[in-house]
Design a protein around this ligand. Structure first.
Ligand SMILES: [Zn+2]
Ligand SMILES: [Zn+2]
Length: 262
């Protein structure tokens, strides 16, 4: 099993050292883990959410050092979780940096509003939820279409606080899945949603079914913000994708994708 979505204290809302995450993964019997801390967000937005641009190099070299340190015991991968559309505060050199194993593309903002942030939950008051889903998924389509990323982060994050659309978004999701398959973009099975108000994995069973039908590769991410959360509820998540038909997941090294038998 692999866990490709882990944060570090650099983001300002995670605890535990990178070593502790790795130790936790080794104890859990993982073959690979990947760090994908939040890439630098702009000043004014990033406090308590992401590292600053001048911390990015330190992050990259610290994870590289950890790769060396644990080389014999576990494969450590290096990534970023990058917001789409891209912020200017994210140095685009990392889009083609040979040291990076994979990039997760995520949408945490719609029209500048951090819709998944508990401190900004009042933004839901009086909002048209169908319209929010529309905007979210059109942004996600742009993310997948851009071809900049290897993995889509928490595909249906917009459900986080339990706000559900009235409209059926299956067609939209089928379209995005088709693009993901064509562009070879994988989707992460992110178990963090279980502890959010929505109380379910990202993406939903229905979306997992659509992804399998469209031949979209998947990988696993706990979105751990503390070492004890590495691999959180992966056994049941693996069961879920097996039921959908998946028999393999994928991993990444130097932006190259490979299969791992489930
Ligand atoms: Zn985070
Ligand atoms: Zn995220």
């Amino acid at each position: 099993m692999v866990d490709y979505h882990m944060h570090t204290p650099l983001c300002g809302h995670a605890s535990g050292s990178a070593d502790e995450y790795v130790e936790s993964a080794i104890a859990g019997g993982f073959r690979e883990i990947g760090f994908s801390d939040h890439a630098p967000m702009p000043e004014g937005l990033r406090k308590g959410i992401s590292m600053s641009p001048d911390e990015a190099e330190g992050y990259v070299s610290s994870i590289e050092a950890i790769k060396q340190e644990y080389g014999g015991k576990i494969k450590v991968r290096l990534g970023f979780e990058v917001d789409f559309p891209l912020f200017e505060s994210f140095d685009e050199k990392y889009l083609t940096d040979a040291r990076i194993d994979y990039l997760i593309g995520s949408c945490h903002f719609v029209d500048g509003w951090a819709f998944d942030h508990p401190a900004h939950i009042d933004g839901y008051n009086g909002r048209d939820i169908d319209d929010l889903y529309d905007r979210y998924y059109s942004q996600l389509e742009g993310l997948v279409e851009s071809g900049l990323f290897d993995i889509v982060g928490h595909f249906d994050l917009v459900k986080k606080f339990g706000y559900r659309p009235k409209k059926d978004f299956s067609r939209t999701i089928e379209k995005i899945a088709g693009i993901a398959a064509a562009k070879k973009v994988a989707v992460e099975i992110n178990t963090n949603g279980i502890s959010h108000p929505v109380r379910e994995i990202y993406p939903s069973d229905k979306i997992i079914g659509i992804l399998f039908d469209r031949n979209v590769a998947v990988t696993f991410g706990s979105d751990a913000h503390s070492p004890d959360r590495v691999g959180y509820r992966f056994t049941e998540a693996a069961e879920k994708i097996r039921r959908a038909g998946y028999r393999k997941i994928c991993g990444f090294s130097g932006r190259k994708r490979y299969d791992i038998v489930l």
